[in-house]
Design a protein around this ligand. Structure first.
Ligand SMILES: [Fe+2]
Ligand SMILES: [Fe+2]
Length: 293
């Protein structure tokens, strides 16, 4: 397959077309949630993720939809607006689930459009790159352990795959934007992006530190706190699983598109220096079935 020049119209058309063509048209209101027995319901309610999940998806939807409205390139605008719609749909699905199962969600202020839509998209997008990488592994564990009922897994599977499409879009969009920036503007673009990524890393590290101290609350650390709900697992096995799931979820898309590198590269480095367990732990070899996209 021939390579593609990053920043070209062909590159833009490929990452936008790939995104739009892999969109799955379903409506939250068509989802039928089954009744759960009291044990499964209690287990679902005990997950400390609901407040953060509803709030984050609503805020992300507002940020992405705002960029979709102000983007002047119609090809980019179509794909970004569709992503904004998908984020809104994530919020709607989670709200539906919490209402149906009587899971209380703390009220939060209505999200407001960001003053800097491009900056907000960069920030949110790289934050999603971090969250999604670990969420892919957590979801695989939840699926395998049957922690969640099968019909809930079926509801969240497309959401997971949509997040994979979102981070794929983000890294290609950012590379496209950078390539189209003048030589003089490139250092400013890099500084801005590095600053936004750094802020996301700091935010995630703070969450991790709070978890380490046992001070985590329901309002914080969506993916990280949910990790605690799935029992014992070595850090190495978990990271290896995240890597393999990340690769699997991104594998269906055109190989000419850039892949998120930051978190996977860092995790590979961590795995190199992490001591190996005395007994082999084949968890990452048990990756679940193929994605739906
Ligand atoms: Fe989302
Ligand atoms: Fe997303």
């Amino acid at each position: 397959m021939k390579t593609i020049q990053i920043g070209s119209d062909e590159h833009r058309d490929l990452f936008c077309k790939s995104f739009v063509e892999t969109h799955r048209p379903y409506r939250p209101e068509d989802i039928r949630l089954l009744d759960l027995d009291s044990e499964r319901l209690a287990r679902l309610k005990s997950l400390p993720v609901w407040n953060e999940a509803v709030r984050t998806e609503s805020e992300t939807a507002m940020k992405v939809q705002t960029l979709g409205k102000v983007e002047t390139d119609p090809v980019l605008a179509e794909a970004i607006s569709l992503q904004g719609y998908e984020e809104g749909r994530h919020a709607a699905v989670i709200s539906l689930l919490t209402r149906q199962y009587g899971i209380s969600v703390a009220p939060f202020p209505e999200p407001r459009p960001p003053a800097d839509p491009v900056g907000a998209f960069i920030s949110t997008g790289y934050g999603e790159c971090m969250d999604s990488f670990f969420a892919f592994g957590l979801f695989a564990i939840g699926k395998r352990s049957q922690f969640f009922p099968a019909d809930l897994i079926d509801i969240f599977e497309p959401i997971m795959q949509e997040e994979a499409r979102h981070i794929l879009f983000l890294v290609n969009w950012a590379a496209y934007l950078r390539a189209r920036t003048s030589l003089f503007g490139k250092p400013f673009f890099d500084i801005r992006r590095t600053w936004k990524i750094g802020a996301q890393v700091a935010e995630h590290a703070l969450h991790a530190a709070r978890i380490g101290k046992g001070g985590e609350t329901q309002e914080e650390g969506f993916t990280m706190t949910s990790h605690q709900s799935f029992g014992d697992l070595s850090a190495r096995s978990f990271l290896e699983l995240c890597l393999s799931e990340n690769e699997r979820r991104l594998s269906p898309y055109d190989s000419r598109l850039l892949r998120p590198q930051l978190v996977p590269s860092f995790v590979r480095l961590v795995l190199k220096v992490m001591p190996r367990p005395s007994r082999p732990q084949p968890l990452s070899n048990q990756a679940s079935g193929s994605p739906d996209a």
